[in-house]
Structure formats: C-alpha cells, structure tokens
Design a protein around this ligand. Structure first.
Ligand SMILES: *[C@@H]1O[C@H](CO)[C@@H](O)[C@H](O)[C@H]1NC(C)=O
Ligand SMILES: *[C@@H]1O[C@H](CO)[C@@H](O)[C@H](O)[C@H]1NC(C)=O
Ligand SMILES: *[C@@H]1O[C@H](CO)[C@@H](O)[C@H](O)[C@H]1NC(C)=O
Ligand SMILES: *[C@@H]1O[C@H](CO)[C@@H](O)[C@H](O)[C@H]1NC(C)=O
Length: 323
C-alpha cells in the first residue's frame, strides 16, 4: 500500500482524540462511569472540556442545571443558561444535573457531602450514608478512611489519608469507641483526634501537634470587658471634670468683670455726688464693659479717663481707654 492511501487513515487517527472529547446534547453515556478521581475531583461520564454536560439517568448527556460554585470557567452562556445554586432544603449533587431534596438519616449521600444530609449542623455523610455526628465518649463509633492524591511542596505527587468519625464534637473514634479529644500541644496525625479539631504539621507528613484553628472564636474574658467598661467610665468622668473646671474658671472671670463694672459705677457715682450718672458719654462708656474690662489700667485711672471724656464731649480717644 502506498503512503498516499494511508494518509486518510493517519488523519483519522490524529483527529480521533478531538472527536472523542467533543460532547453534544443527547449523546449516549453510561452514568455508572461517573466517578471521583485520585484527587477526589468529580469526573462525569460526559467529560467535556466545557464542563457543561452531565450524564443523566436516561443514558444521555444533558446540560447541568445546578452548581455549588459561583463560577464555571468554560461555561458558555450563549449555548445554555448558567446553572443556579440550590436553595432551601435542596442540594446540588456532584454531577450538577438538578437540585435534589436533602437525604434523611440512613439514606445514601456522596463522599463527604455533609450538606446533602438533612438534620442541621451535626449531620455528617459518613461512609456515604447520612448519619449524626453525636456519639458521646464511651459510645460505639465508626471511622471513614479516605485515600487521596495531592501535590506536595516540591510539586511531586503524594498520597494522603484522612479520617472522619461519628463521635461528638471534641471526641474521636479509636477501636470503635469514642474517647475525649487530645489537648492543645499533644502530638497528632489527624484533625479529628484533637479537642480543637485542628492538627498542625510541617507539611511533609508525620506527626504534628494539636492547636487552636487560626479562625477560632476568641472568647473575651469578663475581666477584659470590665476593664473596657471602667476605662470608658473614667474617661467620661475626666471629661466632665475638665468641663466643670473650665466652666468654674470662666464664670470666675465673668464675675470679676461684673464686680469691676459695679465697683467703677460706685466710684463714678461718688464722684458725681451720689447722683445717678447723666445719660452722657460717661454713662455710655460705663455701660460698655468691653471698653475697660480687658484694660490693664487701674479702676481709678479709668474713672478719671471717663471724667475727662465727660468734661470734653465730642472727642473720643478710645485708644486711651483700651491701651
Ligand atoms: C477549558 O477548556 C479548555 C480547552 O477547551 C481546557 O484545556 C481547560 O482545561 C478547560 N478548563 C477547565 C477548568 O476545565
Ligand atoms: C434525558 O434526561 C435529560 C435530563 O433529565 C433531559 O434533558 C433529556 O431530554 C432526556 N433525554 C431523553 C431522550 O429523554
Ligand atoms: C454567565 O451568566 C452568569 C449568570 O447569569 C454570570 O454570573 C456569568 O458572569 C456569565 N458568564 C459570562 C462568561 O458571561
Ligand atoms: C456511629 O457509628 C456506629 C458504628 O457504625 C453505630 O453503631 C452508631 O449507631 C453510630 N451513631 C450515630 C449517632 O449515628
């Protein structure tokens, strides 16, 4: 056979992977082949680069209608409406085909999808069965052990195992019995064995130690609240005290001014033979405390100034009074 006759075959062989990856709506598929890969990432039977298809129970590829994220990188809005999140008592399964009602205790759930189980915060999907994480210390328990692959710090593929159990918060399962969690500082290999539910290690495997999670709620002790309260109170009292002193100082000054006003009016009245001062310039000057209140001159010199002004109506060298 000549190489020319082989060419169409070669082309078909080269383009075959492209033909295989392109998925269309209604294309045949086997939903039982959908699975989680070694990294525990969901891989659908309709594995399309766009991520828009899921293998439905009628063995055909259909568009996804729900999501557990706000963003799908390769979704084409022009091809199909963007999927929505499930609300209320419904959840979106790994395949994203459609929202489903939450599963009751004892029902089947997908790996570690605690959110698929009805029953609130203590429901847990353990060994793919909805259960309650609430077995007390000394009670019978079971461990779920999951292998997974990950990239370590050097970018090399590594394998890990994580475990979960149905013991209540603060306890962990060992030899099918729940025992109290380890205190902070104790050596550990899994989060679940720590009372704090946080086991820290150096990232290269091996034992770590129990500690408080970085986002833990820090309880503020009563003494701190008391100190804050007392500080606020003392601060307020200091401000009030300062205002009171300021007020006292100002009213003293004001009193002194008024006292001087009456003293000088007395002095002027004595000068004019105990008669009420005439409505002359002198009386007007006296009725204007601003003119002499801030003057450094003695009372008697101001009174004599006013006497001079009264005997020389018309001229008003007020600078003499003010300086
Ligand atoms: C998006 O599509 C491209 C090619 O079509 C593919 O290489 C890429 O892995 C896809 N991205 C995601 C997040 O699947
Ligand atoms: C198969 O199921 C999907 C999703 O439920 C639906 O969109 C599609 O029309 C069905 N196909 C057939 C041939 O019934
Ligand atoms: C697609 O539509 C969704 C919701 O309507 C929107 O959040 C998203 O940004 C859109 N994506 C693109 C690429 O336009
Ligand atoms: C926890 O698991 C054990 C062992 O499977 C089981 O006997 C027990 O009933 C479970 N407890 C709860 C509260 O689900």
């Amino acid at each position: 056979m000549s190489t020319f006759k082989k060419l169409p075959l070669l082309l078909l062989w080269l383009t075959a992977p492209l033909l295989i990856t392109a998925v269309t709506f209604g294309q045949a598929c086997d939903p039982t082949t959908s699975h989680l890969n070694a990294y525990l990432t969901y891989v659908d039977a309709c594995d399309d680069p766009s991520g828009m298809y899921a293998c439905a129970s009628n063995n055909t590829c259909a568009f996804k209608t729900c999501v557990n994220t706000n963003y799908l990188k390769n979704w084409s809005n022009t091809t199909h409406k963007f999927p929505s999140r499930c609300t209320g008592t419904k959840f979106c399964p790994d395949n994203g085909l459609q929202c489903l009602p939450m599963v009751a205790q004892g029902g089947a759930c997908e790996l570690d999808r605690d959110d698929e189980c009805a029953g609130g915060a203590y429901s847990i999907c353990l060994n793919r069965v909805c259960s309650i994480k609430g077995v007390p210390v000394e009670g019978n328990c079971v461990i779920e052990s999951t292998q997974f692959a990950y990239m370590d710090q050097n970018g090399e593929e590594a394998e890990g195992t994580y475990e979960r159990d149905n013991c209540t918060v603060g306890a962990y399962c060992e030899n099918t019995k729940c025992i109290a969690g380890l205190p902070n500082g104790a050596p550990c290999t899994q989060d679940r064995v720590c009372f704090s539910n946080s086991c820290y290690n150096d990232g290269v495997g091996g034992a770590g130690f129990c500690g408080n999670p970085p986002d833990s709620f820090k309880e503020v002790p009563i003494s701190t609240w008391a100190a804050i309260g007392v500080s606020v109170l003392v601060f307020m009292l200091l401000i009030l005290l300062a205002l009171w002193f300021l007020h006292r100082y100002q009213s003293k000054k004001e009193h002194a001014k008024i006292q001087r006003f009456f003293d000088m009016q007395d002095a002027l009245r004595q000068y004019s033979g105990n008669d009420t001062p005439e409505m002359s310039e002198g009386a007007i000057l006296l009725g204007t405390p601003r003119l002499y209140a801030h003057s450094n001159k003695s009372d008697s010199s101001i009174v004599s100034d006013i006497r001079n002004r009264m005997s020389m109506p018309g001229s008003r060298p007020s600078s003499q009074l003010l300086s």
